[in-house]
Design a protein around this ligand. Structure first.
Ligand code: COA
Length: 328
């Protein structure tokens, strides 16, 4: 089907909570060392939401900044999509809470694709705008993932942090915008990364709480290998769609999970390391917020310039993986 319109990112916003948790702080909580965390993950510190601060609270300033950047008000929005693995509640969605806080009156829903959530949501927004159904869609990746961490599990608690990134996706006339998106998933690998309890399979109970089943369970080394393979594949898929090659990429914005994963992806793609944007040393893995916050920083620091070819790529629980190819 020939698209009626081009969809483009016309505004960007980001917000991270004030509280910083350093590797030295983690040394006091679990048996680890700052040196182990730094060399095995590249992470130096991460942000933690304040007590009472929910996912939609983090999303709000990011969304407001993105709206201002696009020159829009909340009333101009046709749809709000919040990608999150740590919503305010099971329902209503974080998107509905955000809609109320923004003073918007459009449709709103959450997207569940864990750490790939933002890249998934961006492709959904692209579809709505390209087809002519909507003009302006707010896409947010926001997480208070620290609430779902087992702070006794040194294999996971060192990795994650809280934050939010937002973009406005609007109709655009010239040649810039989202050129292609690719979504992948493998539900047979669901046990590799999950929060087992709290849903219909294992409803909340005294046993589920005592068993620590409401926090992230992860098979780190297995996930590492799959992440490298699927992110490489997703990047190649979006490039193939536009008959482009890796050498055409000006900036790769990968999900900020682990510096060794990013290094391995860069090696497999044979892309110059300076083209791979990283900020995980300051934030850790912010799940669905990682990609939009990294994109925000890459644009604000001038790393991404108008006309650049940008690829966003992520992987996460599901398992899921996805990529978006953008002409900035
Ligand atoms: N501090 C010190 N030692 C730790 C540690 C920590 N925080 N976490 C694990 N270890 C230990 C392990 O217990 C293990 O000890 P053993 O050899 O005595 O059993 C050793 O370090 C090596 O563990 P391993 O799990 O093999 O380490 P790794 O090199 O695979 O690194 C991860 C672990 C989690 C950093 C890595 O596997 C990873 O990043 N995986 C992907 C995770 C991810 O991206 N998740 C989010 C997806 S969206």
């Amino acid at each position: 089907m020939t698209a009626l319109y081009r969809a483009a990112i016309t505004g960007l916003g980001a917000y991270v909570p004030e509280k910083v948790l350093t590797n030295a702080d983690l040394e006091k909580i679990v048996e680890t060392t700052g040196e182990w965390i730094r060399t095995r993950t590249g992470i130096l510190e991460r942000r933690i939401a304040a007590e009472g601060q929910s996912t939609s609270d983090l999303a709000l300033p990011a969304a407001q900044e993105a709206l201002a950047g696009a020159g829009l008000t909340a009333q101009d929005l046709d749809l709000i999509i919040v990608a999150t693995a740590s919503p305010d509640m099971l329902f209503p969605s974080a998107a509905c809470y955000l809609q109320a806080k923004l003073g918007a009156s459009c449709g709103a829903f959450d997207m569940a694709a864990a750490c790939s959530g933002f890249t998934y949501a961006l492709s959904v927004a692209e579809g709505f705008v390209k087809s002519g159904i909507y003009k302006n869609v707010l896409v947010v990746g926001a997480e208070t993932i620290s609430r779902f961490i087992d702070w006794k599990d040194r294999g996971t608690c060192i990795l994650f942090g809280d934050g939010a990134g937002a973009v406005i996706v609007s109709r655009f006339k010239d040649g810039h915008g989202i050129l292609a998106s690719y979504l992948g998933a493998d539900g047979t690998q669901s046990s590799i990364l999950q929060i087992p309890a709290g849903g219909s399979m294992i409803p909340p109970s005294a046993e589920s709480v005592a068993g620590g089943l409401h926090s992230i369970k992860m098979q780190g080394p297995e996930l590492f290998k799959i992440a490298v393979k699927t992110m490489e594949q997703a990047v190649r898929k979006v490039l193939e769609h536009e008959k482009l090659q890796v050498k055409d990429i000006d900036c790769l914005i990968p999900h900020q999970a682990n510096s060794r994963i990013l290094q391995a992806v860069a090696d497999r793609l044979a892309i110059a390391p300076e083209k791979v944007f990283t900020n995980l040393e300051r934030y850790g893995n912010m799940s669905s917020a990682s990609v939009p916050v990294a994109l925000y920083e890459a644009v604000k620091t001038g790393t991404i310039q108008k006309g650049d070819l940008v690829v966003l790529v992520a992987f996460g629980g599901g398992l899921t993986w996805a990529a978006n190819l953008l002409k900035w």
